[in-house]
Ligand binder design. Structure first.
Ligand code: FES
Length: 187
């Protein structure tokens, strides 16, 4: 009878160890899953911070100085000015030169126009002979104050936001959606 009792004890001991091992691996899995979940939660803000510039639109937030307001007092035709704008695109910050036109509206107030055609984005110069802004790409024409005259453009030339600081005319350069009748800022 002695050997049988010993075998039973061994079997009992074996099954206890099997239960303990199963418990240990279950707890191990729980700890692993918990750690991974906490790690993922902590990583989200870091990943968003690192990738934000990739998905952010190119932006320009600065004002550009066009010169003293007095220097435009005798303005009789649209005057082209080049401005430097700095843009952030992803991680890259670049400075580029953009043409704008300073014009007068019907009431004689100063206004600054983008030269980007609202049709498909070609650059629109002032044509002295025609006394119009004339787009070389598809023939859209605009009056001296930027209003649409003819062609496939869905609207007139876009005016840019301006302000006067210390007697200087300042402009904020922006881009607008093309092919839509109403002005809509895109960047
Ligand atoms: Fe100016 Fe088409 S891009 S008319």
């Amino acid at each position: 009878m002695e050997p049988e009792t010993s075998t039973e004890n061994e079997v009992e001991q074996g099954s206890k160890e099997a239960v303990l091992t199963a418990r240990r691996s279950f707890v191990g899995i729980l700890v692993g899953v918990g750690t991974a979940a906490v790690g993922a939660l902590l990583a989200v803000p870091l990943v968003r911070f690192a990738l934000y510039p990739l998905f952010a639109r190119a932006t320009n937030t600065g004002l550009s100085d066009l010169g003293s307001v007095d220097s435009f007092s005798n303005l009789s035709a649209p005057l082209q000015k080049m401005i430097s704008i700095s843009q952030r695109d992803g991680w890259r910050e670049s400075v580029s030169e953009k043409p704008v036109y300073v014009v007068k509206d019907a009431q004689g107030r100063l206004k600054v126009l983008s030269t980007v055609c609202p049709h498909l984005g070609c650059e629109v110069p002032w044509n002295t002979q025609k006394q119009q802004f004339f787009c070389p790409c598809h023939g859209s024409a605009f009056a001296a104050d930027g209003t649409r005259i003819a062609g496939p453009t869905p609207r007139g030339l876009d005016s840019l936001d301006t302000t006067v600081q210390n007697g200087h005319l300042m402009v904020r350069y922006q881009y607008f959606r093309q092919l839509v009748p109403d002005k809509e800022v895109v960047g």
